[in-house]
Design a protein around this ligand. Structure first.
Ligand code: ADP
Ligand code: MG
Length: 324
């Protein structure tokens, strides 16, 4: 690399906004954190790979933003407050303008959520970015996928499907109408639902973030909870932007099977439902899309009719056709 590893770290990643609980940050063999006794540590890691999780011509700033956003979404789904991150950067070359863009996108989001970069690794190879994020939650207050009970209501935050529709806009190089640009941004700049996750701690019976697609992820939540769910397609939140660019049935399929939205899927006991309207909708819109059932599997209906989905969620090892 023309820029040495030390130069890269010093120039783009070290000496950022400090946190008082980082006792020793970048520059030593490891970081040392002050972890309070009255909090529980929550840790997640996600890797994004060039050409797999983002198209190869994605701007460096969007890659930096995304590497952290997908991790913050995992912490949000646990009800945790983010605090620290480490970064493993595998780069084909040390390109100053790429690194400038990447670090700008990364720290735009890190600064917004008060996350300190406390270490990492920098190596040469194909472009692969791994972020590990750590945060905290109050004792016994973390959210899991496994707490849903038959009769609970199934909710999703925001709008699902727009990110997958946005990826299609990018891949098919569709005309840049306002709606198409909005969809593209939803893919490139997902907004992690950290505040919602914090609010869900005392309301939700189970939660997870939607990264692989609504039906696939709801299936995982149901498996973890030992139950099933019925979803009504007519209840799905509608996207004006998506319906301006895509046909109605494609919109439904994107909503059910498109990945990368990083919305939060959660279940709520019926007696907690008034709190969703009262406390959560002030944070972000949440829509009830179905109910938890005692029988396994996710049933998808439109009114009284079964709804057949044409696409499926993405699984890296199953060879599905979608390319996120
Ligand atoms: P070591 O050889 O002990 O693993 P390195 O030379 O790899 O140390 O890293 C030196 C310091 O820089 C360490 O504190 C490490 O955590 C940090 N670091 C390395 N790469 C990155 C990166 N991409 N982002 C943030 N910190 C990094
Ligand atoms: Mg090292």
């Amino acid at each position: 690399m023309s820029l040495g590893e030390f130069d890269i770290i010093a120039r783009y990643f070290a000496n950022r906004a400090p946190r008082p609980d980082v006792l020793l940050g970048i520059g030593d063999d490891a970081a040392v954190l002050d972890v309070r006794a009255d909090r529980r540590l929550v840790v997640a890691m996600d890797t994004i790979v060039d050409g797999v999780h983002f198209p190869s011509d994605t701007a460096a700033a969007d890659i930096g933003y995304r590497a952290l956003a997908v991790n913050l979404s995992d912490l949000a789904a646990m009800g945790a407050e983010p605090a620290w991150m480490t970064l493993s950067l595998c780069l084909p070359q040390a390109d100053a303008s790429w690194l400038e863009g990447f670090s700008t996108g990364l720290f735009e989001l890190a600064d917004r959520f008060g996350v300190a970069l406390i270490g990492g690794d920098t190596v040469k190879g194909p472009l692969v970015v791994t972020v590990q994020v750590a945060g905290w939650v109050e004792p016994d207050r973390w959210l899991t996928r496994s707490g849903a009970q038959p009769g609970d209501l199934v909710y999703v935050s925001g709008v699902v499907g727009e990110a997958a529709a946005g990826l299609a806009v990018i891949q098919q190089q569709m005309p840049e109408t306002a709606a198409a640009v909005q969809l593209r941004q939803r893919f490139l700049r997902p907004a992690p639902r950290v505040a919602l996750g914090r609010s869900l701690r005392t309301i939700a019976s189970a939660a997870m973030d939607v990264s692989d697609g609504l039906l696939t992820d709801l299936g995982k939540l149901c498996t973890a909870s030992g139950c099933g769910a019925n979803i009504d397609v007519d209840l799905l939140p509608r996207s004006a932007a998506m319906s301006q660019v895509f046909a109605a049935d494609a919109c439904v399929d994107y909503a059910l099977a498109g990945g990368d939205d990083y919305e939060i899927l959660f279940t709520v006991a019926p007696e907690q439902a008034p709190r969703v309207a009262r406390e959560l909708n002030a944070v972000c819109a949440c829509t009830q899309i179905g109910v938890v059932t005692s029988q396994g599997g996710v049933q998808c209906r439109q009114g009284q009719q079964p709804y057949a989905i044409k696409r499926t969620g993405y699984d890296h090892f199953a060879g599905a056709q979608q390319s996120t």
